[in-house]
Design a binder for this molecule. Structure first.
Ligand code: HCB
Length: 215
C-alpha cells in the first residue's frame, strides 16, 4: 500500500501533475507514512527521473518547472511534519545555508535546511542566488559554526570555492566548518576546494553537520 502510494507520487512528478502529487502526499501522510520516506522514496526519485529526461532531450524546461512546482507544494505539507518530529535537544550549532550566486535551485537546499532545523540546529537560510558577501556577513552577525553551500550547476560550483576563500579572507574560516552539496558536487570536489565535508542528501547532511559541529 505504502510502496504503491510512493510509486504514484514519483509518477505524478514525472507526469507533471502537481495537484496529484499533493493529493498523493496528503494520502501517504494520512496512511501513516513517515515524511522522510515520502521525500526519499517518492519525491526525490521523481525529480531524478525528470532530470534524466531533461538531460537526454526528452523533457524541456517547462517540464522541470511543473515538476518543481509539485515537489515544492508537497514539501510545504511535509516540512511542518518534519519539524514536529524535532526532539527537544540542545542546539548542536548555528548554520548559515544557501544556494550559491548564479544558481536558483532551491528544493534540495531547503530540504537540508528543514532537516537541520528539525534536528535542533539554529538555521539561517539565505535562499538562492546568494552573493558571497552575504554568506560572510551572516557568519559574522550570527557567530555561526557551520556553513552549508548548495550548487546544482557545474557552472556555479566554483562559487563554493569562492565563498570558502572569502571566509578565509574575512578571518572567519577558523570559526566555521563548511559543508557542500548539490547534484554535480562530489567528495573529491569538496576536498579540492578545501571544504570540511560533502553530503549526498539531507540525511547525510544532518549526520555530517552533527559531526562537524562537535569538532
Ligand atoms: Co535545473 N538543472 N536548471 N531547474 N534542475 C538540473 C540541476 C540539471 C542537472 C538537469 C540536467 O541537465 N540533467 C541541470 C544542471 C546541469 C549541470 O550543470 N550539470 C539543470 C539545468 C541545466 C538548469 C537550467 C540551466 C536550465 C535552463 O535554463 N536551460 C536552469 C538554471 C537556472 C539557474 O539556476 N540559474 C535550471 C532551472 C531549473 C528550475 C527553475 C526549472 C528547477 C528548480 C526549481 C526550484 O528549485 N525552485 C530545476 C530543477 C527542478 C532541476 C532538477 C530536475 C531537480 C533538482 C532538485 O530539486 N532535485 C535537476 C536534475 C537533478 O538534480 N538531477 C535539474 C531534488 C533535490 C531534493 O535534490 O540534489 O537538489 P538536490 O539536493 C539534495 C542533495 O544534492 C543534497 O541534499 C539535498 C537533499 O537531499 N544537498 C546538499 C543539496 N545542497 C546541499 C548543501 C549542503 O550543504 C549539503 C547537502
Amino acid at each position: 500500500m505504502t510502496n504503491d502510494l510512493l510509486a504514484r507520487i514519483t509518477n505524478s512528478l514525472v507526469d507533471g501533475d502537481p495537484e496529484l502529487t499533493v493529493a498523493m502526499t496528503r494520502e501517504a501522510l494520512a496512511a501513516g507514512t513517515e515524511p522522510l520516506a515520502i521525500i526519499e522514496s517518492g519525491l526525490v526519485p521523481g525529480m531524478r527521473i525528470v532530470g534524466e529526461k531533461f538531460s537526454c532531450g526528452e523533457y524541456f524546461l517547462p517540464n522541470l518547472i511543473v515538476a518543481a512546482k509539485g515537489m515544492k507544494q508537497a514539501m510545504q505539507l511535509l516540512e511542518p511534519e518534519l519539524r514536529n518530529r524535532q526532539q527537544a535537544v540542545k542546539s548542536p550549532g548555528t548554520v548559515v545555508i544557501g544556494t550559491v550566486q548564479g544558481d536558483i535551485h532551491e528544493i534540495g537546499k531547503s530540504l537540508v535546511a528543514t532537516m537541520l532545523a528539525a534536528n535542533g540546529f539554529e538555521v539561517h537560510d539565505l535562499g538562492v542566488d546568494v552573493p558571497i558577501d552575504k554568506f560572510v556577513g551572516t557568519v559574522r552577525q550570527t557567530g555561526a559554526n557551520l556553513v552549508g553551500l548548495s550548487s546544482l550547476l557545474t557552472t556555479t560550483m566554483v562559487m563554493q570555492r569562492k565563498v570558502i576563500e572569502a571566509l578565509a579572507a574575512a578571518g572567519v574560516r577558523n570559526q566555521v566548518k563548511v559543508m557542500v552539496g548539490g547534484a554535480p558536487v562530489s567528495r573529491k570536489w569538496a576536498e579540492e576546494i578545501g571544504a570540511d565535508g560533502y553530503a549526498e542528501d539531507a540525511v547525510d547532511a544532518v549526520d555530517l553537520a552533527m559531526r562537524l559541529a562537535s569538532w
